[in-house]
Every structure is written in structure tokens, then in C-alpha cells.
Design a protein around this ligand. Structure first.
Ligand SMILES: Cc1ncc(COP(=O)(O)O)c(C=O)c1O
Length: 386
């Protein structure tokens, strides 16, 4: 091979845009290498529901690291048991079993395997604009063409229907369907909230045909939308629930929560070396305790409702729509969002995009009222000046 062309970036496939170097975080504050402070309105991509380095989680990690750093899942461990029990205690009683992994995409892969194994079918119905991860199965469920095309052929059997179109979903789900996989609020796809009746229609269609229903709450779970789990809002309980991101307060983790009645019907095996490691479980236990102790879902609801009301006043000639639930908010512009994000960054506020025209706000649920207010004011100023 010749050495022509630009040198390869040392971080393979990392974003090539100019990136800020951040070195420290606390709550909703992040610091760059020069000591400049930024307010996190989404920089932690939904992992930082509890803020950066929450002290209670850090203490739990330190204590566990001294006790036992790693143990294979073939052995029992009290921290893993306590974490699983705590997670299940927050969920409806139909959920009785958890597969622990290390990321959201792995949580999706496990759900796909459970669905195939339990139903003996392969068809999966997912939604247009949906995002479920980037490993081959999860990527097959993901919608965006440009994410998939270079890696085709993907896993067969995936069908995508328009999100929030109950009739299209009902038509697509039939006796050959293994799984319906949906996000209650589509995150990467632009912050689109499931309409009234849509998730219920998915539940009815899956029950009618013997398919399973899974909600991907990797981004919406754990207080983000103003409920501990977004599905609570609609009162529709799925057969499987996918969690990751903030579940362990910032350490890598994924969880596929499975209805008890599916467990005896599962044939085959599934496993992960690091899934359920004591360090992540100790962090997860502390993180769940914090979410409950500090009523963070309620806080997300309160701050989010205020934020949505304020953002709704953004000028309609610039902003097409503001939508969201709790502290998961999308501001859809009539033009590219990148210049607005750059201007916000220069003012010390870090928000992210969801597609080319949507600004996505995923601040830590612990953000102070003052910081949230300052962020909303900065957005209004940047939009007015843009
Ligand atoms: C809804 C949803 N599912 C799955 C994933 C994949 O998670 P991970 O990046 O941890 O594999 C994401 C990541 O953004 C997500 O938002």
C-alpha cells in the first residue's frame, strides 16, 4: 500500500469535524482544556441524566473497584443481584428477567435474538426515522439509509413503517412477525413523540398476531421524558424494554428487560463477557437510587414543560416546530442547524443535532434552574441573531 493521502486519524471512524476537547465535568458543567466552562444541554448524548461524575455514583465505583472489579456472569454476585432487583422494582410486575450488556446496540441485539427464538419467526417491524444502534441486527432495525448502505447486505426480515401511522403498523404486523420494535420518542430521528394511540395500536397488533413488542428506551428511559420510563405515559407495557446510556450513571451498560413469561420459551444461549460486571452494576445501583431519591423524573417534567413553553415562542419564520417530552426536546429549524449550534458553543452552551435541521436538547436532569434558564435564553438570542 502506498502512503499517499492524508494521515489516518488515530481514532477510527470518529467524527472528523473540529472537536472541542473536554477534560472535566460536574453536574451540568463541563470544562475544556483551557479551563473554560460550558453548560451541557446535550453534550453527554443522554448518558448524563445524573450529570457528569455524580458523586454518589463515583463513590460506589470506587468502593466496588476495591472490592471486586470483575466477575464472569457464570458466578453469582450480590451487587449484580441487587442492581437487577432494583431495576425490576421500578417496572411493572410482568417484567422478571434482565440480560445485561454494555451498550444500547447490544440491548437491541439481545431483544432480536429473544424475539426470533421465542416466536420462531424472523420478521421485524420497525419505524421510519427509528434508531436502534449500529451492530448488524440493530442497524437493520435502524432507518437511515446512509448509515446502512455501505455495510449491506444486512440482516433479512426488517420492514419499516411510517412512525405514528397506526393503520400502516396494523397492516405490516402479521402472523409471520417476530417483533415490533419502537422508540416511544424517536431521538436520533429528530425527537418525534409517539402520538396518542400509536403504542396501544402496536400492543393490540402484536397480541393479535403472537408477535412480541419491544420499546427501545435507550434514550427515553430513566427519567428523561418526565417519567421513569416513557412508556408509563401511554400505559402500554411491552414484552421487552431496552435500556442503556444513563443506566449506570456514565459507565458502559446495556439492559434488555424481558417479560417473565418469555423466559421459559427462549431456546439457545446469549452471553457477554463484560455484561453485568460488578463495577457497572454498582454504578447502576447508585444511579437508580439517585434517580428515585431526588425525584429526577418529576424534575425533568417540570423543567421540560417550562422549556417547551419558552421555546414555543421562538420565531416561526426560523423555527418550524418545537416538540418533546420532559427534558428531551427537539427544535426543528427551517434551515441547517449547525451554525446555531456553533454559535451556542461559542457562548458556552453545548447542544447537539438530530439530523441536519433539528437541535436536540438533552440536558442532565440535575441541571440547575439558573443554568436551564440561561440555556433557553441563549437559544432565543442565537435564533434571533441568526
Ligand atoms: C434509541 C437508541 N437505541 C439504541 C442506541 C444505541 O446505543 P449505543 O450507542 O450505546 O450502542 C441509541 C444511541 O443513541 C439510541 O438512541
Amino acid at each position: 500500500m502506498s502512503g499517499a493521502g492524508p494521515p489516518a486519524p488515530k481514532e477510527f471512524a470518529a467524527s472528523t469535524s473540529k472537536r472541542l476537547t473536554l477534560v472535566r465535568g460536574s453536574g451540568a458543567h463541563l470544562w475544556d482544556e483551557t479551563g473554560r466552562t460550558y453548560i451541557d444541554l446535550g453534550a453527554t448524548h443522554g448518558v448524563g441524566n445524573l450529570g457528569s461524575s455524580p458523586p454518589e455514583v463515583v463513590r460506589a465505583i470506587e468502593a466496588q473497584a476495591k472490592e471486586l472489579l470483575y466477575l464472569g456472569s457464570g458466578y453469582s454476585n450480590p451487587v449484580r443481584t441487587a442492581f437487577i432487583d432494583r431495576l425490576l422494582s421500578l417496572l411493572p410486575p410482568s417484567f422478571g428477567s434482565v440480560f445485561l450488556s454494555n451498550s444500547g446496540t447490544e440491548a437491541a441485539e439481545a431483544a432480536l435474538k429473544v424475539a426470533r427464538s421465542v416466536t420462531g419467526r424472523i420478521k421485524v417491524v420497525a419505524a421510519m426515522r427509528g434508531f436502534h444502534g449500529r451492530t448488524m441486527g440493530a442497524l437493520s432495525a435502524t432507518w437511515r439509509r446512509e448509515l446502512k448502505e455501505p455495510f449491506e447486505p444486512l440482516v433479512p426480515g426488517f420492514v419499516h413503517v411510517p412512525f405514528n401511522d397506526a393503520a400502516a403498523l396494523e397492516t405490516a404486523v402479521d402472523e409471520t412477525t417476530a417483533l415490533v420494535l419502537l422508540e416511544p420518542v424517536q431521538g436520533e430521528g429528530g425527537v418525534h413523540v409517539a402520538s396518542e394511540g400509536y403504542l396501544r395500536a402496536a400492543r393490540v397488533a402484536t397480541e393479535r398476531t403472537g408477535a412480541l413488542l419491544a420499546f427501545d428506551e435507550v434514550q427515553t428511559g430513566l427519567g428523561r421524558t418526565g417519567r421513569m420510563f416513557a412508556f408509563e405515559r401511554w400505559g402500554v407495557v411491552p414484552d421487552m424494554l431496552l435500556l442503556a446510556k444513563s443506566l449506570a450513571g456514565g459507565l458502559p451498560i446495556g439492559a434488555t428487560v424481558v417479560a417473565s413469561e418469555l423466559v421459559p420459551r427462549f431456546r439457545g444461549s446469549h452471553h457477554s463477557t463484560f455484561g453485568g460486571n460488578p463495577l457497572a452494576c454498582a454504578a447502576g445501583l447508585a444511579a437508580l437510587d439517585l434517580l428515585v431519591r431526588d425525584h429526577l423524573p418529576e424534575r425533568a417534567e417540570r423543567l421540560g414543560t417550562r422549556g417547551l413553553a419558552q421555546l414555543a415562542a421562538l420565531p416561526p419564520e426560523k423555527v418550524r416546530e418545537v416538540r418533546g417530552l420532559g427534558l428531551m426536546i427537539g427544535v426543528e429549524f427551517r434551515e441547517k442547524v449547525a451554525p446555531y449550534l456553533a454559535e451556542l458553543e461559542s457562548r458556552g452552551f453545548l447542544a447537539i443535532s438530530a439530523g441536519s435541521t433539528v437541535m436536540r436538547l438533552l440536558p442532565p436532569l440535575v441541571i440547575t434552574e439558573e443554568d436551564w434558564k440561561a440555556g433557553l435564553t441563549a437559544i432565543a438570542e442565537v435564533v434571533a441573531g441568526g
